[in-house]
Write a protein that binds this ligand. Structure first.
Ligand SMILES: [Zn+2]
Length: 292
């Protein structure tokens, strides 16, 4: 058995999985409002015993929404979790939980989950965009997760698409400020609309609303097409909460066709994840050595 954890700002998804990465039990837990490491550890500890049912556990894999060093020992940047930066999270959590703990970026975990159990099975080269409050990314190249020379590859939400809005990372004009849910809600508020993405999506055909989504899709399509042109993948997978909006793929397709080099048309599949939030916990569990 192994434990996979997807740490989010509002929800911690935690699951027990067997060594074939099949989920045995899965829990959606509230993230402690403080978001402090010791409080998060408390939630994990409280639910471990229930998930394991007395069975042996080989380790814990945790996906975190931020950047870390190449060795996956120290957190560099975790914008929404105060006090985690510079902390050796696997070591600290491992001491508290009394088990080996392994860490990976949450969107990279999502991509690994898709590789083992989702649309990415048997696909050597694919790219995942996780569309949520922000936008995450994971790149699988020749069957392996691409992590780059400093461990920070695949930060697709921070593709510089312009627009001038300040990003949570501290820089300006990044994809997630235009096309992430938080960015969309901020723009809706400025236009006097109710800043709630599900209702914004329902009302997207309202005339004044049009350019809100057009801008979000146009920006996302530029980022997707740039990634296709750089990496020539077989498949783009759209994951995260916003990807499940009915009709999203149909609405974004014309924008992608506008920006894609015609030679790629019909060669790259663009699909919506079927695993949903389970992808990240499966991927997180997969980084514990000895799976499958
Ligand atoms: Zn950014």
């Amino acid at each position: 058995m192994r434990i996979g954890i997807d740490l989010g700002g509002h929800t911690i998804t935690m699951a027990s999985l067997d060594n074939d990465l099949e989920i045995c039990e899965i829990l959606d837990l509230d993230t402690p409002p403080s978001r402090k490491l010791e409080d998060v550890a408390g939630v994990l500890e409280n639910n471990m015993l229930y998930l394991l049912h007395g069975k042996d556990c080989e380790g814990i894999g945790i996906g975190i929404p931020g950047m870390m060093d190449r060795k996956r020992e120290t957190v560099y940047k975790l914008p929404n979790f105060p006090g985690w930066e510079g902390i050796e999270v696997p070591r600290v959590l491992g001491e508290i939980m009394d088990l080996p703990v392994y860490m990976e970026n949450d969107a990279n975990c999502y991509a690994l989950g898709e590789m083992y159990k989702g649309l990415g099975r048997g696909v050597g080269d694919f790219i995942v965009f996780t569309l949520g409050s922000g936008i995450g990314g994971g790149i699988i190249s020749e069957g392996r997760l691409l992590i780059g020379s400093h461990g920070m590859a695949g930060e697709l939400g921070h593709i510089a698409t312009g627009g001038g809005s300040l990003c949570g990372c501290g820089a300006t004009g990044h994809l997630e400020t235009e096309s992430g849910a938080d960015g969309l809600e901020r723009k809706a508020r400025e236009k006097g609309f109710q800043p709630f993405v599900p209702s914004l999506w329902e009302d997207r055909k309202v005339a004044d609303m049009g350019d809100l989504w057009d801008n979000a899709f146009d920006t996302l399509a530029r980022a997707i097409c740039s990634c296709i042109h750089i990496l020539d993948p077989e498949l783009i997978i759209l994951g995260g909460g916003m990807s499940q909006a009915k009709g999203l793929l149909e609405d974004i397709s014309p924008f992608i066709e506008r920006y894609l080099v015609p030679s790629f048309l019909g060669k790259v599949g663009i699909r919506v994840s079927k695993l949903g939030n389970r992808a990240a916990v499966i991927g997180a569990a997969s980084i514990v050595p000895g799976a499958h």
